[in-house]
Design a protein around this ligand. Structure first.
Ligand code: ADP
Ligand code: MG
Length: 238
């Protein structure tokens, strides 16, 4: 059960507090979009969940277990970034299998896993190419492939589509939706694109200055914003 619970989660950089004790309950297999203006603390929050950034205060639970002090590898989650930095000298197959290889998995186990992920993402024909021989959308799919081969309970996305053009973004939105339906994992998806959030998420979390302003379904936040800020943010185009 991959529930994710943030309990009074705080992040400080030295004397500067940037996340001020936020609470959030993410249900197993729920798709949560985390939105808000630049600098409001979305990436910091995601990085604390991922284990890439120490938690200053409060508790983070995954599947009911406090994981504050567990390294990323022990949290059974996978993160997809905006700049997906594939290894240029490796093929798609090698890129996708790399994290399994360094985790010590045997090649005969890695092969089928990579091939299954490639089928899910429609990458089978591209497995022997290198990143330089791929389009932006294909590279982004490989980045997702790298994450799903690990069969994580929780997927964390940080603005994964913001480097793509508008048409590709729309296309990839559909891919991500299909992927979520297929792999049945919990997703926390950071974006500054309101349309992306509204179309993908079960619930939307709106952050502002290190606080959570409102949590609700797309309908809730659109029709019943609890502040001018939320109304302005959800109502205005990206
Ligand atoms: P968002 O992803 O919503 O744009 P961030 O989580 O990246 O925002 O940043 C939240 C705040 O924390 C910002 O004010 C940012 O300047 C600050 N911040 C982020 N990383 C660091 C750091 N390593 N040291 C100091 N301040 C940081
Ligand atoms: Mg960010």
């Amino acid at each position: 059960m991959a529930t994710v619970s943030l309990e009074k989660l705080v992040k400080r950089y030295g004397a500067l507090e940037v996340v001020h004790g936020i609470d959030l309950e993410v249900a197993d297999r729920e798709f949560i979009a985390l939105v808000g203006p630049s600098g409001c603390g979305k990436s910091t929050t995601l990085r604390m969940i991922a284990g890439l950034e120490p938690i200053s205060d409060g508790n983070l639970k995954i599947g009911g277990r406090v994981v504050n002090d567990l390294p990323p590898r022990a949290r059974n989650l996978a993160m997809v970034f905006q700049s997906y930095a594939l290894y240029p000298h490796m093929t798609v197959r090698e890129n996708m299998g790399f994290s399994l290889k360094i985790a010590g998995m045997k090649p005969e186990e890695i092969g089928p896993r990579v091939e299954e992920a490639a089928r899910t993402l429609d990458l089978t024909a591209l497995l022997d190419r290198r990143p330089s021989q791929l389009s932006g959308g294909q590279r982004q799919r490989v980045a997702m492939g790298r994450a799903i081969v690990r069969d994580p309970d929780v997927f964390l996305f940080d603005e994964p589509l913001s480097n793509l053009d508008a048409k590709l973004r729309t296309q990839m939105r559909t891919e991500i939706k299909k992927l979520h339906a297929k792999v049945q994992s919990t997703v926390i998806y950071v974006t500054h694109d309101q349309v992306e959030a509204m179309t993908l998420a079960d619930r939307i979390v709106i952050m502002r200055d290190g606080y959570i302003e409102q949590v609700g379904t797309p309908e809730d936040v659109f029709h019943r914003p609890n502040s001018r800020f939320v109304a302005g943010f959800i109502g205005s185009p990206p």
